[in-house]
Design a protein around this ligand. Structure first.
Ligand SMILES: [Ca+2]
Length: 479
């Protein structure tokens, strides 16, 4: 190709040089040229004009057509090459366009991805904020629930205190009434004795010799009178006057008001029974090594008596969903539903070896019991942990699973479950994870109950966890 180009250039340069030489020679030899122009004009218009040097040509003048043919084939080859290059250029251009479109698409996708990321981050932050807000709300709600619960418990406590005061007032009023009647009776006796004495003196003065005859007529009265007068002198004996006795008047008020020979306090209800008091009722207790006075219901009517009742459910009249302090101190009505209190229970069961008896009754009137020996609770420093011995009874054992467990209430979670069992079981108990027995749960009427959680008064071995028992009592007695 390059050789072809250089040949064409040489040809052109040769022609130009020839032209220049012809111009120079035309100036000097103008006279000689004129005859040729005139000959040109004479011959007519030329297709090609060959300017040849002034040298004398010798031989034939030839025009080579091979070079022209070579040039045209080279041109064709060049054109083909150019076409191919143009095609390649076209292909490259298209590819470039395609790649450019792809790149723009990728950049658009990148932009979208970054905006999506930003949106996700924003949503995540929003979600976190909402979660925190909900947690705050839940805490606040729980706090308010606790407050409400405390307020309700206080109101119930006050109501119970008021009832206790009313009962005490009634008892005192009855006592005053009885004392008034006693005073009236004694006054009558005194008046009668004065009258009899006066009569005796009169008789003696009238008939001193008949003294022996008069004795049978007044002997009964004298005996009674002298007896009552002697009794009047000693307050202890007067005190006996209140107790129902065959020798003394037994009017209704004397019998209805149970004044005991020894008003206590006793160590426990077994002590009460041992002291001769075999009537079930409320007694004043003071466990050994404890300065705490407490009242409890002594059950002497079943299982040989001497039982100190520490818990009782029977009509759902008392709310057992209470806090730690209330389970510690006790609550309820001593002649109805009540919880003796963990602190009392601790002092009570630490003075001797006790057994626990749980008595239960279902809604068909069937009664069963479960007994455990060596029952006691640890002090508050150990969360009133439950200690139980071996089981016997016909109710099934639903408490041994809770042995060695701390007591848990709504406000003090000591159970092994991740949440607070008291929250779900609605009571206070020696919860584990959570309960085979829940005797401080919600008292449902009719047995089987429907609730979101197993929160009834149940004993799993007796009717299962979804059956709320009608009557339950827990009581202790020294072994
Ligand atoms: Ca827990």
């Amino acid at each position: 190709m390059e050789t072809q180009m250089s040949c064409a250039l040489l040809l052109l340069v040769g022609l130009v040089m020839l032209g220049a030489e012809s111009r120079d020679s035309s100036k000097s030899e103008g006279a000689q040229k004129r005859p040729s122009r005139s000959s040109e004009q004479k011959a007519g218009r030329c297709s090609y004009t060959f300017i040849v040097p002034q040298q004398k040509l010798k031989g034939a003048l030839c025009v080579s057509t091979e070079t022209a043919r070579a040039n045209s084939s080279e041109t064709a080859a060049l054109r083909a090459l150019l076409d191919r290059q143009q095609q390649q250029l076209e292909i490259l251009r298209r590819r470039l366009e395609q790649e450019g479109a792809l790149a723009s698409e990728v950049s658009v996708l990148r932009r979208e991805s970054s905006s999506m990321n930003a949106r996700i981050t924003q949503l995540y932050a929003q979600l976190l904020h909402e979660i925190i807000q909900k947690q705050d709300q839940a805490l606040e709600q729980q706090r308010l629930e606790n407050q409400l619960l405390n307020a309700t418990s206080q109101v119930l406590q006050l109501t119970n205190n008021y009832r206790d005061l009313e009962r005490k007032y009634e008892a005192l009023a009855t006592l005053v009434s009885n004392q008034s009647q006693l005073v009236i009776r004694l006054e009558k006796h005194c008046q009668l004795s004065d009258a009899i004495k006066a009569q005796q003196e009169a008789d003696l003065s009238e008939r001193p010799q008949n003294s022996s005859e008069s004795k049978p007529a007044v002997s009964n009265i004298q005996r009674d009178q002298s007896a009552s007068l002697h009794k009047e002198e000693t307050p202890q004996e007067v005190q006996e006057f209140f107790t129902p006795s065959s020798e003394l008047p037994t009017d209704a008020p004397f019998v209805s008001f149970p004044v005991t020979k020894t008003p206590g306090p006793w160590r426990d209800c077994q002590h009460v029974l041992d002291s001769g008091e075999s009537t079930s009722g409320i007694y004043l207790l003071r466990p050994r090594q404890s300065n705490r006075l407490l009242q409890a219901w002594c059950e002497h009517g079943r299982a040989q008596g001497g039982w100190t009742v520490i818990q009782r459910r029977q009509d759902g009249s008392v709310n057992f969903f209470r806090n730690w302090e209330q389970y510690k101190q006790g609550f309820g009505n001593l002649d109805g539903e009540y919880w003796l209190g963990l602190e009392h229970l601790y002092w009570l069961t630490s003075q001797a070896s006790y057994k626990l008896r749980v008595v239960m009754e279902d809604w068909q009137g069937r009664q069963v019991f479960a007994e455990y020996d060596n029952f006691r609770v640890e002090p508050e420093s150990d969360w009133y942990r439950l200690r139980l011995g071996s089981y016997q009874g016909n109710a099934g054992d639903s408490l041994s699973w809770h042995s060695n467990k701390a007591f848990t209430t709504l406000d003090r979670d000591k159970d092994a479950y991740s949440g607070n069992c008291a929250h779900y079981q609605k009571g206070g108990w020696w919860y584990h994870m959570c309960a085979h027995s829940n005797l401080n749960g919600v008292w449902y009427r009719g047995g089987h109950y429907r609730s979101r959680y197993q929160d009834g008064v149940y004993w799993a071995e007796f009717h299962g966890g979804s059956y709320s028992l009608k009557k339950v009592a827990m009581m202790v007695k020294p072994i």
